[in-house]
Design a protein around this ligand. Structure first.
Ligand code: ATP
Length: 358
């Protein structure tokens, strides 16, 4: 296991006109489980392939600890990689597929058997070890691929590129927790690419959020949820994502339309800001009832009854704001309401980047 260090690494597929991965310096620390999260086309796979050696970056150097591996092909990097779709020897048994990466490295027979049985047990493959891989359904084949990626205990890193895409949704939860168990056991450095926030948040020690070829924030799942450093993180993580209301800082006070919503923390200079607050933290009260000051007058435009909670949709000063409340919230479309944005959970953004808080 090694720290994987990217120094000024960037990649362009079109001779430098556009960057799939913008030049970045970043370290993946040994033995941690990372999720690389971002929308389709943001550069996740390119980044992963730079680490594995399938792509040589246009600029920058890649280091495994102090070893410069920039020009080293995949085979010389000791990386296990699992792709979105199964990559197996179809005529081989499941057992032989799982054993292959170990036999290939001359691991003693007994150790091969021990590891294959351990991984197959954890992934629920015990019953199919003797079957030919091609006789399994695609979901099961993918689980075997996952097993192949995890079977070696000595690797620089395990790279997983949307590995559960073809797996039955009900099985995904189980497999993710198995994956965590295997990670705890082996201490692999894992990098798990996904565009699914639930997958990222439930799996990783650290989530690395990528937008347009750039890392915009990295941190523990709770940190990204509670303290987004970039508007995009607020939108992309959370369901629904963070509300954003345009406002203005005037003499240290944040205003929406003509209404004060709080003080601008951090000595923010006057000018326009975007106010970000998650639906979970918007405090809502009915017009005319007790309310927390300062409050923003709003009108309820709709209520989604989600079972476990309600989403109260409102309009405040011409802007949409959603409040997530307990189930059975006493609101109907057309009701007047007040919204309060709590200081410790409301952030201010300029040029998409957090610049302060209420
Ligand atoms: P997805 O989740 O859809 O796989 P991604 O986040 O993994 O997306 P990449 O596949 O790394 O993103 O793609 C990043 C950008 O590079 C995209 O604009 C994509 O169109 C472009 N790209 C990827 N591979 C190539 C290639 N072989 N040739 C040219 N452009 C490419």
């Amino acid at each position: 296991m090694a720290d994987i260090r990217l120094e000024g690494v960037g990649h362009s597929y079109d001779g430098g006109r556009t960057w799939a991965v913008k030049p970045m310096t970043w370290t993946w620390r040994s033995s941690r489980a990372y999720a690389l999260l971002g929308p389709s086309g943001c550069g996740k796979t390119t980044l992963l392939n730079i680490i594995s050696g399938l792509i040589t970056p246009t600029v920058g150097r890649v280091y495994f600890d102090d070893r410069d591996v920039t020009g080293v092909p995949t085979a010389g990097r000791d990386i296990a990689q699992v792709f979105q779709f199964p990559v197996l020897y179809e005529e081989m048994s499941v057992y032989d597929n799982l054993a292959f990466p170990l036999r290939n490295r001359k691991v003693p027979k007994q150790e091969v058997d021990r590891r294959v049985r351990q991984v197959s047990h954890l992934l629920g493959l015990d019953q199919v070890l003797g079957r030919r891989s091609r006789r399994l359904d695609p979901g099961r084949q993918q689980i075997v691929s996952l097993g192949r990626g995890l079977v070696r205990s000595q690797v620089a890193a395990v790279l997983l590129d949307e590995p559960l895409t073809v797996v039955d949704p009900a099985l995904k939860w189980t497999l993710r927790s198995k994956l965590k168990e295997i990670h705890r056991d082996t201490g692999h450095t894992l990098i798990y690419v996904t565009h699914d926030q639930t997958e990222a948040l439930t799996f990783a020690d650290e989530v690395v959020v990528v937008k347009d070829g750039e890392i915009v924030q990295a941190g523990e799942p709770a940190e990204l949820f509670l303290s987004p450093a970039h508007e995009f993180v607020g939108h992309f993580i959370g369901s629904p994502g963070m509300n954003v209301v345009p406002g203005e800082v005037v003499s240290g006070v944040v205003r929406v339309g003509g209404t004060d919503v709080g003080r601008a923390g951090g000595g923010l200079p006057p000018g326009p800001v975007r106010i970000g607050v998650r639906p979970e933290f918007v405090e809502i009260a009915k017009a005319g009832e007790f309310r927390v000051f300062p409050g923003l007058p709003a009108r309820v435009t709709g209520v989604d009854r989600m079972g476990a909670y309600d989403l109260v949709h409102t309009e405040a000063g011409g802007h949409k704001v959603i409040a997530k409340t307990e189930a059975g919230a006493p609101y109907r479309p057309g009701d007047g309401a007040y919204l309060h944005f709590p200081a410790e959970r409301t952030f201010l953004f300029r040029d998409e980047v957090r610049c302060g808080s209420l």
